[in-house]
Design a protein around this ligand. Sequence first.
Ligand code: SF4
Ligand code: SF4
Ligand code: SF4
Length: 297
Amino acid sequence: MANIEKKSAKLNRRKFFKGSTLVMVGGALAYGIGSARILRSEDLLLRPPGALEENAFLASCIKCGQCLQVCPPQVVKLGKIDQGFGIGTPYIVPLEGACILCRGLPCVLACPTGALDHEISEGKEAAMGLAVISRPDTCLSIKGINGLVFQLENLAEVKDSIDLGKLSDLLTGLVEKLTPAEKEQWKLKFQLLELSPRVVSQILTKINPVSMKWIIEFMKGAQQTQHACRICLEECPINEESPISFKEKIDPDSGKKIVHPIVQKTCVGCGVCEMKCPTPEPSITIVPRLKWKEVSV
Ligand code: SF4
Ligand code: SF4
Ligand code: SF4
């Protein structure tokens, strides 16, 4: 099992798509899942919510592009000739823009043939695939690192050219989560009358290496960062369905307590976690069409 675990950790995403049932079961066991599941893996594109089984989907989709037209974040792409199969059929690449499981699933409503199953109407029914912790060696939760602090430190490392767009995104999500006492300190530091997403642009005008250092040190001690990364769950559009749980374990090598993200069967494979995972290459990736099936081993 140890060899399977090491092999599984090193698989890149492409190989993961092609992974055999044996490797996938090994991966599932490696992440501490209570009972093993047989995981069906094929080299398939990630289809929009509700796509029928692949052969039925290819037979039903008339390549009209309606799902693409109505997609608010415009994440649906159409297969090109050099992709070998399914030319003109819709698919999604999470790293270039994941499906956000829009309310009412407009892509499903727009599909004229039912290739996107008209029986579904909610994101939790999307059944696109399944997320897997494909790079446990880089996962910040397992390493005990906070995801926000990790991202701030990465931004600050690039001297003279802090990516203000990325910093703006991070601060916009952060400022409202600060406690009232923490907000007071930020107002004082950046000479603000209020602290809300509206004033992030004012903070950005005062960003330099010294103020970045202040933010990082502040956030290391802040209430919001007293836990390791849980960004995949926090950003999941159906996180109320608990598609990822975080389980404490003792690392057999170091004897230290570690926290493993464990993907649950409520995950629908939308890809938002892959898109938002802060590690240089996502530690969590989507396997299209993959399904849980509980078996006893
Ligand atoms: S659910 Fe929304 S984001 Fe996802 S493919 Fe459909 S229209 Fe696009
Ligand atoms: S987002 Fe999830 S998978 Fe990615 S580093 Fe954080 S806990 Fe790990
Ligand atoms: S865990 Fe990831 S892939 Fe699964 S539903 Fe949530 S964001 Fe989507």
